[in-house]
Design a protein around this ligand. Structure first.
Ligand code: CU
Length: 146
């Protein structure tokens, strides 16, 4: 029973990965247009009883800015800040889903945060440093059924 459920998720994950690749190729030429960034998709990877994901934090964006995780499974999220000087934050404020994260990532460092998403849904994440969120440093954590 469990094995079948995991296989189904893996199939969906691969499909999403392929869709993300196509989308990235299609919009490659518009990367510096200054318009709102299109979604880039990340999917947490199950490793034993945790799901592991990585997000790059920047003054203008998160990469990926749409991260899919499974409900009820611990997430180990590695936040990488490649900025030379600017610190960034990764903030989720969704008390209705028992999900509150506020992590500071200093310049040129990476910080790992762990949490368990308890509710299915879509939750905004953003950087609360200066005007980074207004400049595009926002994204969506998508919590899906197992
Ligand atoms: Cu920032």
């Amino acid at each position: 029973m469990d094995g079948l459920a995991v296989a189904g998720v893996n199939r969906r994950v691969r499909w999403l990965g392929a869709a993300a690749t196509v989308a990235t190729l299609a919009v490659g030429g518009c990367a510096t247009s200054g318009f709102e960034r299109l979604p880039s998709l990340g999917v947490a990877e199950l490793s034993g009883d945790v799901q592991v994901a990585r997000i790059k934090v920047n003054s203008h964006f998160f990469e990926p800015n749409r991260l899919i995780v499974q409900v009820g499974v611990r997430v180990r999220l590695v936040l990488e800040n490649d900025s030379l000087l600017a610190g960034h934050a990764f903030v989720v404020f969704a008390p209705e889903a028992d999900l509150e994260i506020n992590v500071y990532v200093p310049a040129r460092q990476q910080v790992t945060v762990q949490f368990v998403p308890h509710e299915v849904g879509e939750f905004t994440f953003y950087c609360n440093i200066n005007d980074h969120a207004e400049r595009g440093a926002t994204g969506t954590l998508v919590v899906v059924e197992r």
